[in-house]
Design a protein around this ligand. Structure first.
Ligand SMILES: CC(C)(COP(=O)(O)OP(=O)(O)OC[C@H]1O[C@@H](n2cnc3c(N)ncnc32)[C@H](O)[C@@H]1OP(=O)(O)O)[C@@H](O)C(=O)NCCC(=O)NCCS
Length: 206
């Protein structure tokens, strides 16, 4: 299986390291999930609601790797985990060509291009692993996320009313999708990069 290791300059001075998370990252991924649930109201799990144990998280990460069920990317800066992106594919033969994407960046690091870098890396790795479609769902009033996904090439595919209920208030979700036909397998670059994005350093294998 491909092991990803990328470095990007962010914020003019620091580096963002993007790599695949494994079972040894389980505790820091759980801590990240707890933190982002407190920082953003846009997620499907609120503070304290994501009741995954450490053992369950380790098992999930093992299963993703050993069964080719997708991957989790971790984005670290200054030794701290600042972003997590998951791509999880179903097991059924008729569904295995597609996967569901989820992305969270720690609030202190929003607006620095980290989400975009994580998304580009995930799209490239998904294409390399033979995935043909990425899907995601995003709260309809999450303008920052929708803007980011559109910039990454995702299109709106529909609207699901009353998809979330947060403190008694309903919110619709936008369903978005990206077909990966545009990139050949092994092409580790996103459409934005191909279209002339700057500053994307070469891929460095671990
Ligand atoms: C949504 C989220 C992942 C974006 O990550 P980010 O690192 O802040 O995004 P980036 O800095 O890479 O910005 C990417 C694009 O988003 C858009 N964007 C950034 N800040 C924005 C803002 N304040 N308002 C609207 N759009 C904005 C821009 O189009 C930007 O593109 P650009 O690089 O060409 O300017 C992050 O804010 C987050 O984790 N939010 C909480 C959890 C969440 O909502 N996750 C998505 C669930 S589906």
């Amino acid at each position: 299986m491909t092991r990803l290791s990328l470095r990007f300059p962010i914020d003019g001075q620091r580096l963002l390291a993007v790599g695949e998370a494994g079972p040894s990252d389980a505790a820091s991924l759980l801590n990240h999930a707890r933190q982002v649930a407190r920082e953003s109201d846009f997620l499907s799990a609120g503070p304290g609601e994501r009741a995954l144990t450490l053992e369950a998280q380790v098992a999930l990460l093992r299963r993703l790797r050993s069964k080719h069920r997708g991957f989790v990317l971790k984005g670290t800066s200054g030794g701290r985990l600042v972003a997590v992106l998951s791509v999880v594919r179903p097991n059924q033969p008729r569904l295995r060509h597609r996967a569901e994407l989820g992305l969270t960046v720690r609030a202190a690091h929003w607006g620095q291009g980290i989400g975009r870098r994580m998304g580009e890396a995930a799209i490239a790795l998904a294409a390399e692993q033979g995935l043909r479609k990425l899907n995601l769902r995003v709260r309809a009033d999450n303008r920052r996320a929708i803007q980011l996904y559109q910039a990454l090439g995702f299109s709106r595919e529909g609207l699901s009313p009353r998809a979330l209920r947060v403190r008694g208030r309903f919110f619709a979700e936008v369903m978005m999708g990206l077909c990966l036909d545009a990139w050949g397998a092994g092409e580790l670059r996103s459409p934005r990069t191909i279209a002339g994005g700057v500053g994307n350093p070469p891929r460095v294998p671990i």
